[in-house]
Design a protein around this ligand. Structure first.
Ligand code: ZN
Length: 292
C-alpha cells in the first residue's frame, strides 16, 4: 500500500489488541463522531420465496443455494445515508422511535472538504461488498440502492435486517471528525440497551465478534491503521445512541471506514482501489465470522 497510513500510537494499540485477542477493551463508548445512523429498508421484494418462479418471471440470478463458503447465509448491507437526503431535510429530520429515545429519521452524512459525499462513498462500497459476498455464495440485501429519494429512516434500516433474519448486518459509513490529524477506521458495536422496542442484549456478543473480525481484516486488506481518535487504537467503539444498532435483532455493526474530513484519509476514500480493499476486508471479516 502506497499510503503509509500507519500511525505509530494507534498501531501500538492495535498490536496490543491483537495480542490480547478478544479480550481487549470493549470499546470506549459514546464518543462517536458524526455518523448518522442507519439501518435497513428498501422496497425491493425480499429474496426468493419458496414458491417456484412463475414462468413469466424467470429468476434473475442463480438462486440462493449457490456454492461458496457463505452459501445459505444472508447478509444485509446498509449503505449509510442517501445522496438525496440533503434535498429532503424535512423528511429526514422527522423524529422516529429507536426504542431508547427518539431521533432523526436519517442524516445527510458528511463529505470530504472537496465535496465527495459520504453517501456516494457508502453506496459504492456497499456494491463492492455485495458483489464479493454474492461470489462467496451469500444472499445479500441492501437497505437502499440509490433507488429512493431519501432515507430510509434508521428504524426501517434496522427492520430490514431483522425481517431478513440476517446472519450479519453491516452498515457502511465514513466519519466526519473535523479535528486535524484524525485518521483511521473504526467499527461501532452495539452497547447493551433496553427500552421500548430496543433490546440489544441478545446480539451483543455476536456483534462484537463480527466487529473484531472486520477490524482485523480491514487492517490486513487495506494496510490502514485503526482510528487514532476513537477506540484507543483498537479500531472498536461501542455506542448506545444509534437507532440502526439499538433496534437490531440480528448481529450488526457500523463500519466507519476513515475520516472524510482528513485530507489523507479522504484521498484513500476517494480511491476506487482502496474502496475495493476496504470491501474485501469487510467481506473477509464477515466470512470468517459466519464460517467460524
Ligand atoms: Zn455516516
Amino acid at each position: 500500500m502506497a499510503a503509509g497510513a500507519v500511525v505509530p500510537a494507534a498501531l501500538a494499540g492495535w498490536l496490543l489488541w491483537q495480542a490480547v485477542g478478544d479480550g481487549g477493551d470493549g470499546g470506549s463508548d459514546g464518543r462517536g463522531a458524526s455518523a448518522g445512523a442507519s439501518a435497513p429498508a428498501s422496497e425491493e421484494p425480499s429474496r426468493a420465496p419458496e414458491a417456484e418462479p412463475s414462468e413469466a418471471e424467470p429468476p434473475k440470478k442463480p438462486s440462493p443455494g449457490a456454492s461458496g463458503p457463505l452459501a445459505g447465509k444472508t447478509v444485509v448491507v446498509d449503505p449509510g445515508h442517501n445522496p438525496g437526503n440533503r434535498d429532503h431535510t424535512a423528511e429526514i429530520n422527522r423524529q422516529v422511535d429507536v426504542g431508547t429515545h427518539r431521533k432523526e429519521c436519517d442524516t445527510t452524512g458528511t463529505a470530504s472538504d472537496d465535496g465527495y459525499a459520504e453517501a456516494e462513498f457508502t453506496l459504492d462500497v456497499a456494491h463492492r461488498l455485495r458483489d464479493l459476498l454474492e461470489e462467496r455464495g451469500a444472499t445479500v440485501k441492501l437497505t437502499q440502492d440509490g433507488d429512493r429519494p431519501f432515507g430510509p429512516c434508521v428504524d426501517e434500516r434496522a427492520r430490514i435486517g431483522n425481517e431478513a433474519k440476517a446472519d450479519a448486518a453491516v452498515s457502511v459509513h465514513a466519519d466526519g471528525s473535523t479535528a486535524a490529524g484524525h485518521r483511521g477506521f473504526h467499527v461501532i458495536l452495539p452497547a447493551a440497551v433496553r427500552g421500548g422496542g430496543a433490546d440489544t442484549r441478545p446480539i451483543i456478543a455476536d456483534s462484537r465478534r463480527l466487529g473484531e473480525r472486520i477490524a482485523g481484516k480491514l487492517v490486513r486488506r487495506t494496510g490502514s491503521a485503526p482510528s487514532n481518535y476513537i477506540g484507543d487504537g483498537t479500531g472498536l467503539d461501542v455506542r448506545d445512541d444509534l437507532g440502526g444498532l439499538n433496534l437490531s435483532t440480528v448481529p450488526k455493526v457500523f463500519v466507519e471506514c476513515g475520516n472524510m474530513r482528513d485530507a489523507e484519509d479522504a484521498a484513500l476514500l476517494k480511491d476506487a482501489g482502496w474502496r475495493q480493499k476496504a470491501a474485501l476486508g469487510m467481506a473477509d471479516g464477515i466470512t470468517l465470522h459466519l464460517r467460524g
